[in-house]
Ligand binder design. Structure first.
Ligand code: GRF
Length: 197
């Protein structure tokens, strides 16, 4: 059984899609915890309403980075977490967590990395940049998490077209639909012992 901790800062639609897919496809996986740096995150509400342990844990609650990271590790260990899924999590993951969960932390990014990643490339900024660059396609990427933003090995991508007249908001919706397919399919690979992503 793959024990998944989802980290999310915002509305949590990827968390929702993953939760639904685990049930529908009867994956050998379960979401054991939801963690957010943002007390107002929709994702926390969704987690609580599903009976999933949901934690608001923010750097501001701790004296230093090390105390914050160790508290996160305690929570992750208390749920026997085997995979961390960053689904719209806006904070950097501390090196001690990356070391303990080596190749067991994945992130979903709303563009075709390595393009349109890195500092400042989050939310609508990504889609604005894709349109401004005149790209003909965009998409979603799931990648391993390293200490640098958006730089870990790419595990899977799904492409979508950029259509004439697309606004960033319209493109964001098309990419989000791809994210909701891609993230569960990658998690399923992790849950499936025959594949080693
Ligand atoms: C998604 O577009 C994800 O790729 C990005 O943040 C957004 C989160 O959306 N990292 P949601 O909170 O899952 O609805």
């Amino acid at each position: 059984m793959l024990n998944i901790a989802v980290f999310a800062s915002g509305r949590g639609s990827n968390f929702d899609a993953l939760y639904a897919a685990i049930a529908e496809r009867k994956m050998d996986a379960r979401i054991v915890a939801l963690i957010s740096n943002n007390s107002g995150a929709g994702a926390l509400e969704k987690g609580r309403s599903l009976g999933i342990p949901a934690y608001h844990i923010s750097r501001k609650q701790f004296g230093d980075d090390a105390a914050f990271a160790h508290h996160l590790l305690d929570v992750l260990r208390s749920h026997a977490t085997s995979l961390i899924v960053l689904a719209g999590y806006m904070k950097r993951i501390d090196a001690v967590i990356i070391r303990e969960y080596h190749r067991r932390i994945i992130n979903i990014h709303p563009a075709l990395l390595p393009k349109f990643g890195g500092a400042g490339m989050f939310g609508m900024h990504v889609h604005e940049a894709v349109i401004a660059a005149g790209e003909k396609e965009s998409g979603a990427t799931v990648h391993h998490v390293t200490e640098e933003y958006d730089e870990g090995t790419i595990i899977a991508q799904e492409r979508v077209p950029v259509l004439p007249g697309d606004t960033p908001e319209v493109l964001a919706q098309r990419v989000l639909a791809a994210e909701h397919r891609l993230l569960p399919s990658v998690v399923e690979q992790f849950a499936n012992a025959s594949v080693n992503p």
